[in-house]
Design a binder for this molecule. Structure first.
Ligand code: ATP
Ligand code: MG
Length: 266
């Protein structure tokens, strides 16, 4: 026997499950994108490779990076440190790295005085250890130390927001330096762009070290998977007719005429 759904509650819950206004954080609701996730995991798993994730605005770049850690856990990689920062127009090289590493400290131990003395540990924030003018080599050394205990993926989102050309050049130099020294840390740059050149300029020196992942608009199957996963979380089933209509609507909002979708609780 069909239970009558409480529509007010459903509408409220639907607003929590479908969140077009903010990136997704839950793997359970994340749909499709398996090729792109595989390409990024490949870059992370190979020393010396870094990743650039680019595409149109709103295609799901931040969401993919948010759930990446869960995909890594699935394949048994659970010792990841994944600091991230959003770039903005005011950033320079130092402010970018300060943002991304501000919560990370390095602990050093040295032996105490006398034979029975305990080791003394001191902890210092990585950012405090930076000199006034941070160079790509300073960053390379810090990441080399940090990645001794944990594999690292350092994410810079909204990379297209940077306006300072020198900052972009220094980021490319950092990637080159990390690759050349075989540091076990992956840089992931994310931004709105048609091409990687538009995002980091023409840096042939880093081209070999960069896995370039374009995130296209979602396919019909992927869009429908979002709806299926979301409605399942709400305890609903969605009809094929409604699924087809939502695909059309997602491409041409003006085409949505007279769609009626009566939810059924499962
Ligand atoms: N793979 C996915 N599965 C389910 N929902 C998704 C997926 N990718 C994106 N979304 C949804 O699409 C919306 C836009 O995603 P997101 O903010 O990640 O895009 P973006 O490319 O980072 O956008 P911007 O270019 O504005 O930064 C989010 O609200 C999210 O809920
Ligand atoms: Mg984003």
């Amino acid at each position: 026997m069909d239970r009558q759904p409480n529509f007010s509650t459903l509408i409220f819950e639907a607003g929590r499950v479908f969140t077009p206004g903010s990136p997704l954080n839950e793997r359970e609701l994340f749909a499709g994108r398996s090729d792109q996730v595989d390409q990024i995991i490949n870059a992370i798993s190979q020393k010396g490779y870094h990743a650039v994730l680019y595409g149109d605005r709103g295609v799901g770049k931040t969401s993919l990076s948010n759930v990446l850690v869960e995909f890594l856990n699935d394949i048994g990689k659970d010792m990841f440190l994944m600091p991230r920062a959003n770039c903005d127009a005011s950033d320079n090289f130092k402010s970018l790295w300060s943002k991304v590493l501000r919560d990370i400290s390095l602990t050093r131990s040295r032996s105490g005085m006398g034979f029975t003395a305990e080791a003394i540990s001191t902890s210092q924030s990585v950012v405090e250890m930076f000199p006034e003018n941070v160079t790509p080599d300073d960053v390379r050394r810090s990441l080399d130390l940090l990645s001794k205990n944990n594999s690292m993926v350092v994410i810079f989102d909204e990379f297209d927001r940077l306006t300072n050309k020198m900052t972009t050049v220094m980021m490319a130099d950092t990637i080159k330096s990390l690759s050349d020294h075989g540091v076990d840390a992956t840089i992931m740059l994310i931004g709105v762009a048609d091409s990687v050149d538009a995002l980091i300029g023409e840096h042939q020196s880093v081209e070999r070290a960069l896995v370039q992942v374009r995130l296209p608009r979602m396919s019909q199957a992927e869009v429908q998977q979002i709806v299926i996963k979301g409605t399942a979380k709400l305890g609903l089933v969605v009809s094929n007719e409604a699924l087809s209509a939502m695909w059309i609507y997602s491409r041409r909002p003006d085409q949505l005429i007279g769609l009626t979708c009566v939810p059924k609780c499962v």
